[in-house]
Design a protein around this ligand. Sequence first.
Ligand code: FES
Length: 238
Amino acid sequence: MTTAPAAYAQVLFVGPDLTHGSFAELFRTRLAALRGTRALDELLDSGDGYALLWQRVQDSPRPLLVIDLEPQSSSAHVDWLRSELAQLDGADGIFVVSAMGRGELLSVDAACALIDQPELHLPCGDVTPLPASHAWSKIPPHQYRVLVCSGPRCTRRGALPLWKSLREKLKAAGKLECAGGVHITRTQCQFPCDDGPTLSVYPDGSWYRLRNEAEVARLVDEVFVAGGQAAELLIPNQ
Ligand code: FES
């Protein structure tokens, strides 16, 4: 594997919510304090799409470090990012470092600390070609589609840890992304916020609230393992 350089000519921070909103305000203030105001030009908001990143990388000097701040980043996401960057000119001088597996946006300090951890920098020049069939090339087998709200009010009520717990319990029950199992998608506000955290289950179209670990366990057991309904968790008046 190509060794990371001792220093980079350009660093880019890529992730959602880096240019607009309260998080961006805090992130930008701290980044400017740590790296100077010119560093604000290093931020690319993936919420605006990735076209801007490809263009910016194309125009940037090498060696270049792309810091992936996607909170839901995973090995599959980094594989995809590196394989896309590998197609650009000068890919030998492009490296990626990722906050994968942390499940939340990194603090500015933690993101900047990644620059000085060359052992975590992955080259894009000698990326192994993706197999023809890979994790995000096909629809996972499933019986149920579950839409879990990650809107602002459900998130404030704990939707994200409950979503993680739901995935873990489904996996433990052998019901995650498999035949007869569940495919989960996180969504923005689904509207019955006052009853949240909210999730909806298809194909039957039921709407549930999920407020704690006990309710997650109950949903898994009664709906996805037993194949019934968890009547007490249903959102009323649906
Ligand atoms: S924020 Fe979840 S239903 Fe509105």
